[in-house]
Ligand binder design. Structure first.
Ligand code: 3BY
Ligand code: FES
Ligand code: FE
Length: 410
């Protein structure tokens, strides 16, 4: 209860249009509440269909105390379960990815099928009912090659997001993708600082020489204000929509997600040093050239760039109040062959460099916020409206959960 009161007081003390009070970026108690009340109650991006193509392939995904096993079941469906054995609760899958026809608990070998049913439990006596000890399901949805899960039984609506995003994503053919490369970096900063940094390009010209070859730092491209009055965007949308690609700016009523297609600089086509495509066998078979990037974000776990030749996806996983895992995945056509259709360095070098530059920015931001001199500072209304929008979403979503919890506790 003390933590609840503390969190509410911090949220109430924040000044709109300003960075957050220090405690929201650094306190363990706040972090624990965020995991329980935000991350474990909302839809989270957990991976891609193409990472688990065969029956029994699985990945695990952990936020706070909750961990899911996301597995391809025998019927071809993707399902998710809590990674906790129904015997005495041991973690069942102990590596981040794997493949198994059955899930066998390492502790006493209770054995489950790919649909979570308990198949085998040794010497449990005549009254033992295996059907009462299936793995606990985690809600799971997959569309356009993306998997989202929700740990809460009363998950919020997912369909409105799907209805908006799916038409933008389907032309990119991610059901026929493969994972060309994945990178995981741990940034010594709060997860909200990772997001704040992502939601503006105010820092781009000073920090991202490689990315700036192809990605414009125009506030209308990264932010959420002024898109309809931007002729460059409008011309791009008109051309792409005429080619059958949904492109216009759309944002959720509750601010949680946004989609939009943006052009890349001049005649460039992909996030490479030359601006030329990195992959000669494009995803989705889109005929139109120079379609730029389809930008998708969904708070609190993912931002994405869907290009013509490949897709780059980003996953934000908080580890502690000052530690965040950022996982980047490069997806290419499943038949594209490394060394023939693409070169891995050419494909990955721009974002590998950009991620490292962003990691440093986030870490330095955290260190400065930890200073006794820190006080919340103003966001640029021109370049940082996307950050304001993120912070507003966070304060509203977290505040709502805190209010509901204190109502229940009263
Ligand atoms: O990944 C992105 O979309 C953002 C846009 C601006 C900064 N960052 C690179
Ligand atoms: Fe899993 Fe005992 S805890 S079999
Ligand atoms: Fe950046």
């Amino acid at each position: 209860m003390d933590a609840l009161i503390h969190a509410k007081a911090l949220l109430e003390s924040r000044r709109p249009g300003y960075s957050l009070p220090q405690g929201l970026y650094s306190d363990q108690a706040i972090f624990d509440l965020e995991m329980d009340m935000l991350f474990q109650r909302d839809w989270l991006f957990a991976g891609h269909d193409c990472e688990i193509p065969k029956v029994g392939d699985y990945v695990t995904y952990k936020v706070g105390s909750a961990e899911a096993i996301i597995i391809r079941s025998a019927d071809g469906e993707i399902r998710a379960f809590h990674n906790s054995c129904r015997h005495r609760g041991s973690r069942l899958c102990q590596s981040h990815r794997g493949s198994a026809p059955r899930l066998v608990c390492p502790y006493h070998q209770w054995t489950y099928d790919t649909e979570g049913k308990l198949l085998f439990a040794r010497e449990m006596g005549p009254s033992f009912d295996p059907t009462a000890h299936a793995l606990k399901p985690v809600q799971c949805r997959s569309f356009a090659g993306y998997i989202f899960i929700c740990f809460a039984e009363d998950a919020p609506d997912f369909e409105a997001f799907r209805a908006v995003a799916e038409p933008y994503m389907l032309p990119h053919g991610l059901k026929d993708a493969k994972l060309a490369h994945s990178s995981s970096i741990v940034e010594a900063g709060n997860w909200k600082l990772v997001w704040e940094n992502n939601r503006e390009c105010y820092h781009c010209s000073g920090s991202h020489p490689e990315l700036c070859r192809t990605y414009s730092d125009a506030p209308t491209f990264t932010g959420v204000v002024g898109q309809d009055g931007d002729d460059t965007l409008k011309n791009h949308w008109d051309r792409c929509e005429a080619a059958g690609l949904p492109s216009t700016f759309q944002i959720a009523d509750n601010n949680q997600y946004r989609v939009m297609r943006v052009p890349l600089n001049r005649d460039t086509e992909s996030f490479t040093m030359s601006g030329k495509p990195a992959v000669s066998k494009p995803l989705g078979g889109i005929g139109e050239q120079r379609i730029g990037s389809m930008l998708l974000f969904h708070y609190p776990t993912t931002w994405n760039h869907l290009l013509r030749d490949h897709t780059v996806t980003f996953q934000v996983t908080p580890i502690g109040p000052k530690e965040t895992l950022v996982t980047t995945k490069w997806l290419v056509h499943k038949d594209a062959v490394e060394g023939v259709d693409y070169d891995l360095k050419t494909l990955t070098e721009v974002w590998t460099a950009t991620n490292d530059q962003d990691r440093r920015l986030v870490e330095q931001n955290q260190m400065g916020i930890d200073s006794p001199a820190y006080e919340p500072g103003p966001y640029s209304p021109v370049y940082e409206d996307g950050v304001i929008q993120f912070v507003d979403w966070y304060c509203e979503a977290f505040g709502k959960q805190l209010n509901a919890a204190s109502f229940l506790a009263a």
